[in-house]
Write a new protein. Structure first.
Length: 386
């Protein structure tokens, strides 16, 4: 078959397609061989791309690199800034409603196709992508073109990043040349500092936690702090207005402290002598032990001690007491005692202890008997009743 025969066959085929399928808009309407089997009930969805590069109709649509459809149409969207791509997908393909559409390339110089995929965190609760669904531009993407990669590499090689790296290395070598000991010492110091920080990381963490709690406490009292800051100028004004009085008070306090120091210095010897004189008394009180507080307890209840409760057999008691104080006998005993009780002046030796005068005790006469008929104590007569 020569070329004229082949041309006639192709013309006849195109005429047949035009006559059978209605209006013919170009070879883009002709399905590519080896395309996906769409089945009897395919459905259409629309994807919006910011840039479709050189994607053409009849390009493949894949899911996990498996052909499931084709690109039916590419047009400019109503917003005038994005491309609207109509995808025809086989009816048995199930995709989530929040599916993504990526523009991919089959090989380095291969054809473009649309890759459909579910989001990485999809749980299946978004529903199904059905006929008439739209994939917005926020869920579409494209890979960089080989031309873009070569252009970036050209920029890097032609006076770009490589030249800057060369300048950095040259300057770094110039800075280190002849300074190797200093640089080595610096690195060793940095190593020690890093080791110390690593050994104290627990304390550093505690300090950060404490600072966080402090900041939280400050934040909780933000209102009080704002009030204090707002009222601080008024307080400082009062202090400024009373500066002369404060200075006068401080000077008077300084004079008082000087007078107190002088007084303590002048009376130091007397105070020490008083403490030494008080020492025997304190020693005797310590030797008395528990007897002194017990004597005080008895003194507060004299003449009715705890033993008086033993004679109470009812809810009351009567007492008939007679006290006989002979003051003349007391005075006679005092006048009869001629022994001094203080140290003899001029001798330095203590005088002999004076004998306690024999004072007549008051006589207490009692009358009566107890409720059970027994005689009462000779010191106290208690007549119980009740």
């Amino acid at each position: 078959m020569n070329r004229w025969t082949r041309a006639a066959a192709v013309g006849a085929a195109l005429t047949l397609v035009a006559s059978c399928g209605g209006e013919f808009r170009g070879v883009h309407q002709v399905p590519l061989p080896g395309g996906a089997d769409l089945g009897e009930h395919p459905y259409r969805v629309t994807a919006h791309f910011a840039d479709v590069l050189d994607l053409v109709p009849q390009a493949g649509v894949k899911v996990s690199d498996v052909a499931v459809g084709r690109v039916e149409d590419i047009a400019l969207a109503a917003d005038g800034r994005t491309a609207e791509v109509t995808l025809l997908i086989a009816g048995e393909v199930v995709l989530p409603a929040d599916a993504f559409a990526d523009l991919r390339q089959s090989s380095l110089l291969g054809e473009k196709f649309v890759q459909l995929r579910a989001p990485a965190d999809s749980t299946g609760g978004a529903g199904r992508l059905s006929a008439g669904g739209v994939i917005p531009v926020t869920r579409t993407n494209r890979n960089p073109e080989i031309e873009e990669a070569l252009g970036a590499l050209s920029m890097l090689l032609n006076g770009g990043g490589i030249e800057q790296v060369r300048t950095i290395v040259t300057e770094f070598n110039a800075a280190l040349g002849g300074n190797e000991p200093q640089v080595r010492s610096l690195l060793e110091t940095m190593n020690r500092i890093a080791g110390d920080l690593d050994g104290q990381k627990a304390d550093i963490a505690k300090a950060i936690d404490a600072l966080d709690r402090f900041a939280a406490a400050i934040a909780a009292r933000r209102g009080e702090i704002a009030t204090a800051v707002r009222d601080l100028p008024a307080g400082m004004k009062v202090v400024t207005d009373q500066r002369d009085q404060l200075v006068t008070m401080l000077r008077a306090l300084d004079g008082l402290s000087e007078a107190a120091v002088d007084t303590i210095n002048a009376s130091r010897e007397d105070f020490v002598a008083d403490l030494k004189a008080l020492a025997p008394t304190v020693t005797k009180l310590a030797e008395a032990g528990d007897n002194f507080p017990k004597a005080l307890e008895v003194l507060g209840t004299f003449p009715f001690g705890d033993y008086a409760l033993n004679n109470i057999h009812g809810d009351y008691f009567n007492a008939d007491m007679t006290f006989d104080f002979d003051l003349s006998g007391v005075l006679d005993n005092l006048s009869a005692s001629q022994q001094p009780v203080a140290p003899s002046p001029g001798t330095g030796a203590p005088a002999p202890r004076a004998q306690a005068p024999q004072l007549p005790l008051p006589s207490i006469s009692t009358v009566g008997t107890a409720a059970d008929g027994s005689p009462l104590s000779p010191l106290l007569s208690i007549i119980g009743g009740g």
